[in-house]
Design a protein around this ligand. Structure first.
Ligand code: ADP
Length: 157
């Protein structure tokens, strides 16, 4: 089975990385898809996010990273993935994720959505929380891979 793990990853956190690793244990392949939304201005440009992820997944078997603009189901079809992998941190994620899963299913019934529950000690992590901490000079090395922590320091210092 081949999984597509789509997201903004702006930037990648240890929560995302945990999901990638657990996905890689479950499935033959995990394709991390950095979806670019032309309506949203990201903090880190696409190339930087791809570089951050490429470094973080080094040595992980069966994991690759791509970028994609448009519908997630089109991305899944184009990359021959069987399922869409997403993470659930709390009830607040559930409503949003359920809506997306139903939408994707209404567009293509062949592609299943699969959810993994976040590791408890990563459940507070989000890209926006990490950026908020970094903006005020806080330590982020326990929240994000080394390369990302460096990029955050560069951005906010
Ligand atoms: P999006 O803008 O598509 O929500 P994100 O990069 O914020 O993109 O998240 C991508 C996926 O990773 C989502 O399914 C989200 O629930 C999951 N995720 C985000 N943070 C964590 C975390 N700390 N632990 C596990 N999964 C997470």
């Amino acid at each position: 089975m081949k999984a597509l793990y789509p997201g903004s990853f702006d930037p990648l956190t240890f929560g995302h990385l945990d999901l990638i690793k657990r996905g890689a244990n479950l499935f033959d392949e995990v394709v991390v898809a950095v979806l670019t939304n032309p309506a949203k201005a990201p903090t880190f440009d696409l190339d930087t996010r791809i570089t951050q992820i490429t470094k973080a997944i080094e040595g992980l078997k069966g994991v690759s990273v791509i970028s994609f603009e448009g519908l997630t189901v089109d991305c899944a079809r184009a990359n021959n993935t069987d399922l869409i992998l997403r993470g659930l941190r709390a009830m607040s994620d559930f409503e949003y994720e359920l809506q997306i899963a139903h939408t994707n299913r209404s567009l293509d019934t062949q592609i299943e959505s699969v959810f993994l529950v976040t590791e408890a000690h990563h459940s507070f992590l989000s890209s926006s929380v990490v950026k908020e901490v970094a903006r005020f000079g806080g330590e982020t090395s326990h929240m994000v891979p080394e390369g990302v922590a460096l990029d955050l320091r560069r951005l906010f210092n």
